[in-house]
Write a protein that binds this ligand. Structure first.
Ligand code: HEC
Ligand code: HEC
Length: 396
């Protein structure tokens, strides 16, 4: 990290450490946390404007001067994928665009190492500024499979199949990722045990810090160059592509990072600790979805329902594409806080990294690998007990 940013970051992180307070769900989902001073609040508001702001191609005049979009990109703002700081959805089927999800890609060698794809790099940018061609057209088809609980109750699962045009070739592996919910994400950096060199952010916990995660989003998702990623995302040569190597600017990146750092976590004060939670702990869900974790910054504990670690989830959730130190079937335990609001809006809301699960029950049915025993115990619960457990998840 450039030195002045490191210093600024340390100052801000210390300031934030002391600002912990129990949150109540605000009417405005992006409202600043209670109890922060005017300076932090001003920086937070700047970050929020950048988060919601629309980036434009260089040389176009706009009121907020967010210039530097593209040439290739996925969306024009952070909020277009993380609407109100929330999670995304995959397309419903062929002919629907990727609006709040994206596709990572790579070529896996015989020794298991991954290289960026020669045509597409690490991510497919399916949009481009005027005068340029998007990298590819994406078309998603769902494949359905049926199963039964041991008590005979039927269920249906779906898994995604993707057509990428132009065809990336037989050695390419792709990974669909829906936008993650961001409320409370700033706490993850301070949770013990601390992030090690294997990272903490993203569905695979491959990113080591929020600053890096945000810088990577600016670069990969919006084509906005910055201090960490100075090279533009270009189509393969000889197409012309270039421009300013720091379109975002250091202060903007800092404000954006401060905003994500401080964005208040979901409020679990109303959450019930009944039979559902007892079952959740008893059958081993809580081994990974740890109800509470401690923070290094003070006595506060967060109720994220995650150990924030990666686990090998087995064949069902293996999309074939490793990332950094994470194997292709390895995912960070998804924090379950905030799930209640998502499921209250839509009981069949798309869950898991690619949004394949329609609601919590399907998400659990996809668990395998290190979570196979917990899944087994879940399917063998009585229908009534499964209901208690799902009801508990709906209150998180
Ligand atoms: C095209 C859709 C898209 C856009 C635009 C986008 N994101 Fe994301 N965001 C995602 C996806 C997908 C992930 C999960 C990535 C992964 O698994 O590596 C993610 C993950 C994150 C995370 C990590 C959350 C966690 O729990 O670890 C943060 C923080 C984040 N985004 C912030 C931003 C910011 C800030 C911007 C704007 C600069 C932005 N995103 C723009 C799709 C998007
Ligand atoms: C070995 C660790 C582990 C165990 C045990 C485990 N999970 Fe998970 N859980 C995960 C991981 C990792 C993910 C993310 C997988 C993905 O995105 O593909 C996840 C995702 C989820 C999700 C989807 C959340 C979201 O935001 O998309 C739900 C719901 C869930 N788990 C519930 C449960 C329940 C209920 C149990 C007990 C039956 C359980 N899990 C047991 C590791 C575990």
């Amino acid at each position: 990290m450039p030195r002045f940013l490191t210093v600024l970051f340390l100052i801000l992180t210390c300031a934030i450490g002391g600002s912990a307070a129990a949150q109540t769900r605000p009417a405005d989902p992006l409202a600043p946390p209670d109890g922060i001073g005017p300076d932090l609040r001003a920086a937070y508001e700047t970050g929020r404007l950048i988060f919601n702001g629309h980036w434009r191609p260089s040389g176009t005049d706009g009121p907020d001067k967010l210039e530097g979009l593209g040439p290739l990109y996925n969306r024009i703002s952070c909020a277009s994928c993380h609407s109100a700081g929330g999670r995304g959805k995959p397309p419903g089927g062929p002919g629907e665009n990727f609006l709040t999800a994206l596709v990572r890609i790579g070529v896996v060698g015989e020794d298991g190492s991954v290289e960026p794809h020669p045509l597409y790099g690490q991510q497919i940018q399916d949009r481009a500024i005027p005068g340029m061609k998007p990298e590819a057209e994406l078309s998603l088809t769902w494949r359905y499979e049926k199963g039964r609980f041991p008590d005979g109750t039927p269920y249906e699962l779906r898994r995604p199949d993707l057509t990428i045009t132009p065809d990336p070739g037989p050695d390419a592996r792709w990974s669909i990722r829906v936008a993650q919910p961001l409320h409370g994400v700033g706490k993850f950096a301070h949770a013990v045990p601390g992030p090690d060199d294997t990272g903490r952010f993203g569905w695979k916990a491959a990113m080591p810090s929020l600053a890096m995660q945000n810088a990577s989003a600016l670069s990969q998702d919006m084509g906005v160059t910055n201090l960490f990623f100075p090279d533009p995302i270009c189509p393969p040569a000889p197409e012309p592509c270039g421009g300013n190597r720091n379109e975002a600017g250091g202060v903007r990146l800092m404000s954006l990072t401060l905003f994500t750092e401080l964005l208040p976590p979901p409020d679990l004060s109303q959450h019930r600790n009944g039979k559902g939670e007892m079952l959740f702990m008893k059958i081993g869900c809580g081994g990974c979805h740890k109800p509470e974790i401690a923070l290094r910054t003070g006595p506060e504990r967060i109720m994220a329902y995650s150990d924030l670690r990666r686990h090998r989830m087995g064949e069902g959730l293996d999309d074939g594409l490793p990332e950094g130190a994470a194997a292709s079937d390895e995912w960070r335990t998804a924090p379950l806080w905030g799930l209640g609001a998502v499921l209250a809006d839509d009981p069949r809301a798309p869950l898991l990294h690619d949004g394949r699960a329609r609601g919590a029950e399907e998400a659990i049915l996809w668990h395998g690998g290190a979570a196979a025993r917990a899944r087994h115990a879940f399917v063998n619960l009585s229908r009534e007990d499964r209901g208690y457990l799902l009801e508990f998840l709906g209150g998180l």
